[in-house]
Design a protein around this ligand. Structure first.
Ligand SMILES: Cc1cc2nc3c(=O)[nH]c(=O)nc-3n(C[C@H](O)[C@H](O)[C@H](O)COP(=O)(O)OP(=O)(O)OC[C@H]3O[C@@H](n4cnc5c(N)ncnc54)[C@H](O)[C@@H]3O)c2cc1C
Ligand SMILES: *[C@@H]1O[C@H](CO)[C@@H](O)[C@H](O)[C@H]1NC(C)=O
Ligand SMILES: *[C@@H]1O[C@H](CO)[C@@H](O)[C@H](O)[C@H]1NC(C)=O
Ligand SMILES: *[C@@H]1O[C@H](CO)[C@@H](O)[C@H](O)[C@H]1NC(C)=O
Length: 492
């Protein structure tokens, strides 16, 4: 009951805030909307107060993004229509725009926009499989549930999200951590082709073999090279899997942190296992843990890297043998219960073998929802598959990607909550040299930020090894700065 009241109050606050901050779109932006409408079939461009416009502005993961008001929403049905819209935008240098696939990126202005043109890909959904090439053709919009459901009858899947509700296009363009990453690398590492509308409005099939340098840049650069309308992805066979969520009471926290510390190196011996470690704060009064487990194959693991976790008695156990699509759907259903304004912020932590107490120290500092992952093996796979923009390599030390996730209800708290996670990454940054020195490790380990979990003000691309080269490449393909200066998302 209390929650219901809070939600209603929050909704009232949102309307009020919106009335206060909303400005009008510029005259040239309105003209651009009309010019795009002229180029496309009837009904592809929606304006404020129209039903399709209202529906699309409400399809965002974070409540906060549902307040943003684009000048118009373009809903292309195919690549040609995307290209037509881009050609109009390319000719009007002062019109801001952005692209949205699933709308799960919580950063305002990334896949959402005030007073600009929103290109919403929601009509371009789903996947097909070509058994002869072993490739899946994946459209950018919808959610991973759509992609997995389409591929499952063929007995294959692609490396993608771990929760079925998550969006597809953004995850694939910004890297993508999967339960299959220890085996196959980031989700982006299995992509072999990108059908892309470039800054000059041409449609280019970027081919990983023919354009290896651009392909590396496409794996983790986000929206900077063009609007991707279809991904060609190397599919992998998948059968029954074991996994799901387990919930733990606070007394198990120490044992879970110990199991996490031992899991990271042990994962190398069994890359078919994976775990999302979630340390809850607010939800369970600052205490409990939810773990998401995964093991490829039908059997519940009785040995190997997950054993230590599985020996810890949970409060609630949702793990079972099921199809991969069922597992992801169940994981997503669990988290779709959270309806809030959300923020992400990330930090990459080196695995420090001699410091098993690190997680408890970080957890004590951070009293909010966080999850740690292990993309170390992913680095080996990334390199084997040609490399990605994040620059992960087999020779790098193990790392943990820390995701700081906040959820709150009232728009008046936005600044406080953003500051909270910024303070946390500042603290981690300041503590890191001492942790490394204590462990006798070099202070300059390569720790790139993971774009999919980052906050908009974090310099993600600047943390990449290949930053300077990718920036040059981006400028070469987008000389007028269409994507670099006028579209939402991370920049070079
Ligand atoms: C509940 C939840 C669970 C998550 N789990 C995972 C996980 O397991 N692994 C993981 O890696 N990440 C995870 N994430 C993070 C997720 O990958 C990002 O939020 C990602 O951006 C979602 O993709 P999307 O299609 O919804 O992106 P959007 O919000 O639509 O877009 C993100 C960015 O990409 C750009 N973009 C989108 N589509 C295109 C396109 N077709 N062409 C060019 N640019 C485009 C947008 O302009 C924007 O800048 C999770 C997020 C949530 C909310
Ligand atoms: C939450 O923690 C506070 C302070 O420790 C305590 O007073 C309260 O009873 C707890 N609430 C629940 C639901 O456990
Ligand atoms: C991001 O980092 C790069 C590389 O260090 C730097 O050149 C660039 O100026 C930074 N960008 C911003 C916006 O701080
Ligand atoms: C448009 O840009 C693409 C990619 O940079 C390039 O291959 C193509 O030749 C350009 N087309 C025109 C007409 O300039």
């Amino acid at each position: 009951m209390a929650l219901r009241n809070a939600l209603l109050l929050a909704a009232a606050a949102l309307c009020q805030r919106h009335l206060l901050v909303h400005a009008a779109p510029s005259e040239s932006t309105v003209q651009a909307c009309h010019a795009i409408a002229d180029q496309l079939p009837e009904g592809r461009v929606a304006y404020p107060l129209q039903l399709p416009y209202i529906a699309e502005t409400q399809r965002y993961w974070s409540l906060a993004l549902r307040e943003l008001r684009p000048a118009c929403i373009v809903s292309p049905q195919d690549t040609e229509q995307v290209a037509a819209a881009v050609r109009v935008l390319a000719n009007r240098a002062d019109v801001p725009f952005t692209v949205k696939s699933g709308g799960h990126d919580p950063n305002p202005g990334h896949s959402s926009i005030d007073d600009g043109v929103l290109i919403a890909m929601h009509e371009m959904v789903g996947a097909t499989y070509d058994a002869e090439t072993g490739h899946a053709y994946v459209k950018p919009a919808g959610e991973w549930n759509d992609v997995l459901g389409d591929l499952e009858p063929s007995g294959v899947t692609v490396v993608g999200g771990r929760l079925g509700v998550v969006g597809v296009g953004g995850l694939l363009l910004q890297g993508g951590l999967s339960f299959l990453s220890a085996q196959y690398g980031l989700a982006a590492d299995s992509i072999v082709g990108w059908e892309t509308v470039m800054a000059n409005g041409s449609i280019v099939n970027i081919d990983a073999k023919a354009q290896p340098e651009l392909a590396v840049a496409m794996k983790g650069s986000g929206s900077q090279f063009g609007i991707v309308t279809q991904f060609t992805i190397e599919a992998h066979p998948i059968g029954q899997v074991w996994g799901g969520a387990r919930l733990y009471d606070p007394s198990k926290k120490g044992a879970l942190f110990a199991a996490l510390h031992n899991f990271v190196p042990a994962n190398a011996d069994d890359p078919k296992s994976a775990v999302i470690f979630t340390d809850l704060a607010i939800t369970l009064n600052g205490t409990g843990n939810i773990m998401f487990y995964f093991s490829e194959g039908p059997d519940k693991p009785t040995s190997g890297p997950l054993k230590e976790f599985l020996d810890i008695p949970p409060l609630l156990d949702l793990t079972k043998t099921q199809s991969y699509a069922q597992l992801l759907k169940a994981n997503g259903d669990l988290s779709s219960l959270s309806v809030a304004r959300t923020s992400f912020r990330t930090f990459t932590i080196p695995y420090i073998p001699t410091n098993p107490g690190l997680y408890a120290e970080i957890s004590a500092k951070w009293r909010d929802i966080s999850s740690a992952r292990s993309p170390s093996l992913a680095g080996q796979q990334s390199e084997a598959r040609g490399g990605n923009a994040m620059g992960l390599r087999a020779s790098d030390p193990d790392r943990l990607v820390l995701e700081l996730q906040c959820g709150w209800l009232n728009g008046r708290d936005d600044a406080t909550l953003y500051a909270l996670s910024r303070d946390m990454t500042d603290w981690l940054q300041s503590r890191m040299p001492a942790w490394l020195a204590q462990a006798g490790l070099p202070g300059d380990a390569y720790m790139p930020l993971f774009m999919n979990d980052a906050a908009g003000d974090q310099n993600v691309t600047g943390s990449y090894r290949g930053y300077a080269r990718f920036k040059e490449l981006q400028e070469g393909m987008d000389p007028l700065g269409l994507f670099a200066t006028r579209a939402g998302g991370y920049k070079y």
